[in-house]
Write a protein that binds this ligand. Sequence first.
Ligand SMILES: NS(=O)(=O)c1ccc(NCc2ccco2)c([N+](=O)[O-])c1
Ligand SMILES: [Zn+2]
Length: 265
Amino acid sequence: MAPWGYSKENGPATWHKDCPIANTGVRQSPIDLITTGQTCAKYDSNLKPVIVSYPAFSEATFLNNGHSVQFQPSAGNLSELSGGPLTKKYKFEQFHFHWGNNDSEGSEHRVNGKMYPAELHLVHWNSESPNFSSFQEAVGSNDPHALCVLGFFLKVGAENASLKPITDLLSKVKNAGSSVSFPGKFDLKAVLPETLTDYYTYDGSLTTPPLAECVKWIVFKEPIEVSTAQMEAFRAVDDGHGKPITGNYRPPCPLHTRTVAASFK
Ligand SMILES: NS(=O)(=O)c1ccc(NCc2ccco2)c([N+](=O)[O-])c1
Ligand SMILES: [Zn+2]
């Protein structure tokens, strides 16, 4: 079977062939975050702000893997995540993006059916579990909270100076399979909103194969602004079949019996 992707032939509707959980799973991601009505997100006053400790990365690889671009620091990175709905400390693994070929589509999660032009995912794994001691083992474990992914919507507005070192590098990884070692330091903390207080959180999965149901999702309400030029830079990245990646987002999945909690009213 051709490797999975986002085209008609190998896109989300075909993933069940190699990954049955795509259709049989009851904790699949992404989802549509509904804020009013029956199955809407429920305010939980116990939800605390998310705490990140992201010292600037000094060594990292920026890779176009054919279905996204990802920033992966070297193994020694000490970046950590805690707080929010989490009871454990998580270690940073990588961040990557999902985007569309116009500003009306591109994000994986939606808010009352609305898509944003892109979504940033910061991936972490539970470093305090006795059951695994690496990201790869965490993904393979059956632990529902082996991973925690922070999701930030991107919207078009002013240029994002903190993300510029990343968007300026996109032309260097235009070809699928290409990677560059990230020049200099990158301050991820500067990309994020100051306070990480307002978010939705629910139990879900990886949004691409293997679609493992091992993710505690935390999706922030406030979008991050990027310029049109920065959005266009994503849309020039190739998918390895001579075409730009123009929509590496999975459509929303059924909620089933899950509930979504909101840290804000
Ligand atoms: N869009 S996402 O944040 O849910 C996501 C999806 C897949 C993978 N990885 C696929 C994978 C690698 C080994 C086993 O599995 C990752 N990740 O690796 O951070 C994140
Ligand atoms: Zn992702």
